[in-house]
Write a protein that binds this ligand. Structure first.
Ligand code: AMP
Length: 311
């Protein structure tokens, strides 16, 4: 594995791969690897001849007062894990390399970047502007054939699919299923902030998704009944959500009825220092309800992952 930190080194390393028409897979990350990150890397490893993992804690996607300074960082551990997963290139650019003096361009995905987590009352549109800008830059630097993202950050995948389509970027976006701890908590670098008691409380997010899933299977289920079922689980654990929303999974538009297309339930809550998000695709009422990861909508994500962003 090569560890490279400049754009020039990346071009030099990847040009021969492009010349021999090798397939390049990119996994953008902010490091502090967990099994969620490793699942994307393994997927890229299975699909592509050359796997690039970028590791950059992107300041422009953190708001004022957010956890940029304290965000978990462990380059030595990440390096060892990437090496063990047979990553070809670990790209670790400096802040100056990504945003040199005079840097002036941002990418903003209107609409999609301004709802849910991007709502001005929450992280605000600056968060997704930061994400869209850094991902566009990473796609420009690595020019991958495929880039891999996790369904846990569902809104992020919607923003990225949109920008790739709008900017005519020749890359396929693959969305991989959310990886969870055995107790259901979606893996996140920010779980490291949780005390034991907060972690118990955080499990209510998955219970809320499961309750929503069951409510969606009830006869006469509605957007309100599904959101209400999720909200009650959070309330029972004394978790006050930032949002609980049932939306169209395709474009995150408002849904009048659960029959109006594939529905997504998305939620966010602050628990102690950690701001946690989770989501599930709601199965229609005719579907058999099972428990566990796959029953709460991760198969549809897999199905979505097969859709090509460049249509
Ligand atoms: P991050 O380092 O948090 O920016 O995440 C890098 C990538 O890993 C993003 O595409 C995330 O959606 C993805 N990811 C984070 N957590 C998970 C998880 N629990 N399961 C699957 N993918 C994840």
């Amino acid at each position: 594995m090569r560890t490279l930190s400049t754009v020039a080194e990346m071009s030099e390393a990847l040009e021969p791969v492009r010349l021999r028409r090798g397939r390049i897979g990119l996994v953008p990350t902010m490091g502090a690897f967990h099994e969620g990150h490793l699942s994307l890397i393994r997927r890229a490893r299975a699909d592509c001849g050359v796997v690039v993992v970028s590791l950059f804690v992107n300041p422009s996607q953190f708001g004022a007062g957010e956890d940029l300074e304290s965000y978990p960082r462990d380059l030595a551990r990440d390096h060892a894990l990437a090496h063990a997963e047979q990553v070809d290139v670990l790209f670790t650019p400096s802040l100056d390399e990504m945003y040199p003096h005079g840097y002036a361009t941002t990418v903003e995905v209107a609409g999609l970047g301004e709802i849910l987590c991007g709502d001005p009352a929450r992280r605000g549109p600056g968060h997704f502007r930061g994400v869209a800008t850094v991902v566009t830059k990473l796609l420009g630097i690595c020019r991958p054939d495929v880039a891999y993202f996790g369904a846990k950050d569902f809104q992020q995948t919607a923003v990225i699919r949109r920008l790739v389509e709008d900017l005519n970027l020749a890359v396929t976006i693959e969305v991989c299923p959310t990886v969870r701890d055995p107790d259901g908590l979606a893996l996140s670098s920010r779980n490291a902030y949780l005390s034991a008691a907060e972690r118990e409380q955080a499990l209510s997010l998955k219970r809320a998704l499961d309750a929503a899933q069951r409510a969606a299977a009830e006869p006469g289920a509605s957007v309100a009944s599904v959101a209400g079922a999720a909200q009650r689980e959070l309330e029972a654990a004394a978790v006050e959500p930032e949002y609980v929303q049932v939306l169209c999974a395709r474009d995150l538009s408002a849904l009048e009825s659960l029959d109006d297309g594939e529905a997504l339930i998305a939620l966010a809550a602050r628990i102690g220092r950690a701001r946690l998000i989770d989501n599930a695709i709601l199965k229609p009422s005719s579907a058999k309800i099972e428990t566990g990861e796959k029953a709460v909508g991760f198969d549809p994500a897999r199905q979505m992952s097969r859709e090509r962003s460049v249509r």
